[in-house]
Design a protein around this ligand. Structure first.
Ligand code: NDP
Length: 443
């Protein structure tokens, strides 16, 4: 049995009941196998065993009091996965589905993603099973303050710099930052995704969605195509989805559908983003309300967004939201490219279908790296005590995404797997981290 498969077997055995973590590690190690086999120094130094084991995983109690005076207790997590190339960096997710398996899969992916940005950031992830949906502002603040009262001792601007993810946007980051500052009595760049009035970077809000579309646009350009006049389906209607849709529109494409965890809307004339922003950002409402704004729009409860005919699909909601049958449906309807805004939204069966049918497929760890890249730029601006204008950060984001695309495409070509961007992203991301680990000794 190869070194890669031995490590995979061991990871699965030593981490029972962690299906999402197994899925992420399986996908990565399988595609790394020929490369790792050809470079025996990795086995000698136990690189894969170390890559798959977080440097530290913290689980803590988060007690808080709800509006009726009742004590509530949630679980808090921070998994500090790998710091070989920089301080741990990765978002916080607040969602009832959060558990150790999900945080570990996200942290593992984050290590390779951050490496792909070319910036000096290690990988980590955290969060809680707390659900901000339906909670009052006071409850959310109480939860965030309690969460940070434990988390603060594990993070720091040179140690670990969290940011947002599902359920954590500028509101939550503000409450978390306020509590951190109060405890340590210093104004540091310990979180990114901060508001513009207290150290945030221009373009951070838009970065993941815009970055996804910059990469998609470069992918199409290098295949003699473009986003212009293409029909695009975007799943989700949160931060990533909204700004991906906005950039598609700016580049001349037409987004015809968006979704949330209850259902999806279809608007054959193109989604009206002003309406979506009012519903989702201003009022924190549901995507079903969109039909009140556009008469021709249709709302459908439940799954089914991938049955809509499109040229390009951008899954931007959550893990495993696009399965093998959805992939077959997209292929049948003539979809030419799928780029992941969310983390691991496509199941392994779906990826197989895309590869078999020559659909251009770029995994999240490359395609959605724009958010963390601009977070790293936020850290740079904070360190320099300066603030760059929107255009400057946006231009840097664009360059980073084009570099990521070229890097993963070149690596895929070098190993004889042209247009296999899963292999390209995994090898390119792995190489930098593994080489740093080799030089730093057994730590
Ligand atoms: P948001 O919380 O802003 O939005 C998430 C969206 O996905 C919502 O529309 C939500 O619907 C939907 N969603 C969540 N869970 C499910 C589910 N189980 N089934 C169907 N829909 C679901 O999060 P983001 O936009 O920030 O994140 C979306 C994805 O992008 C995640 O995978 C995240 O890890 C990834 N990502 C985010 C980055 C960022 O900068 N924010 C950076 C890189 C990746 P509902 O409101 O009903 O829950």
């Amino acid at each position: 049995m190869s070194y890669t498969m031995k490590v995979l077997e061991k990871v699965i055995k030593q981490n029972p009941n962690e299906p999402e973590f197994h899925q992420a590690v399986t996908e990565t190690l399988t595609s790394l196998q020929p490369f790792v086999d050809a470079n025996p120094e990795y086995e000698k130094a136990g690189i894969l065993e170390r890559l798959c084991e977080p440097e530290r995983a913290i689980i803590f109690r988060v007690p808080w009091v709800d509006d009726s005076g009742k004590v509530q207790v949630n679980k808090g997590y921070r998994v500090q996965f790998n710091s070989a190339i920089g301080p741990y960096k990765g978002g916080l997710r607040f969602h009832p589905s959060v558990c150790l398996s999900i945080i570990k899969f996200l942290g593992f992916e984050q290590v390779l993603k951050n490496s792909l940005t070319g910036l000096p950031i290690g990988g980590g992830k955290g969060g809680s099973d707390f659900d901000p949906k339906g909670k009052s502002e006071r409850e959310i603040m109480a939860f965030c303050q309690s969460f940070m009262t434990e988390l603060y001792r594990h993070i720091g601007e040179d140690t670990d710099v969290p940011a947002g993810d599902i359920g954590v946007c500028d509101r939550e980051i503000g409450f978390l930052y306020g509590q951190y500052k109060r405890i340590i009595n210093a104004y540091t760049s310990v979180l990114t995704g901060k508001g513009l009035s207290y150290g945030g970077s221009f373009t951070r809000t838009e970065a993941t969605g815009y970055g996804l579309v910059y990469l998609t646009s470069e992918l199409l350009r290098q295949h003699g195509n473009s986003i212009e006049n293409k029909t695009v389906v975007v799943s989700g209607s949160g931060n990533v989805a909204i700004f991906a849709a906005e950039k598609v529109k700016q580049l001349g494409g037409k987004v015809v559908a968006l979704s949330d965890s209850n259902g999806f809307v279809y608007d054959s004339e193109g989604i009206d983003l002003c309406a979506v922003k009012e519903i989702k950002i201003k009022r924190r409402g549901r995507i079903s309300e969109y039909v009140n704004y556009r008469k021709n729009a249709v709302y459908t409860e439940g799954r089914g967004i991938w049955n809509i005919k499109c040229d390009i699909a951008l899954p931007c909601a959550t893990q495993n939201e696009l399965n093998g049958d959805d992939a077959k449906e997209l292929v049948k309807n003539g979809c030419i490219a799928v780029c992941e805004g969310a983390n691991m939204p496509s199941t392994s069966e779906a990826i197989k279908v895309f590869h078999q049918n020559k659909v251009l497929f770029v995994p999240g760890k490359a395609a959605n790296a724009g958010g963390v890249a601009v977070s790293a730029l936020e850290m740079s601006q904070n360190a320099m005590r300066t603030s760059w204008p929107f255009e400057k950060v946006d231009q840097k984001l664009k360059e980073i995404m084009i570099n990521i695309y070229n890097n993963i495409a070149n690596v895929a070509r070098e190993v004889g797997q042209e247009d296999n961007f899963v292999v390209g992203a995994n090898i390119a991301g792995f190489k930098k981290v593994a080489d740093a680990m080799l030089r730093q000794g057994v730590v």
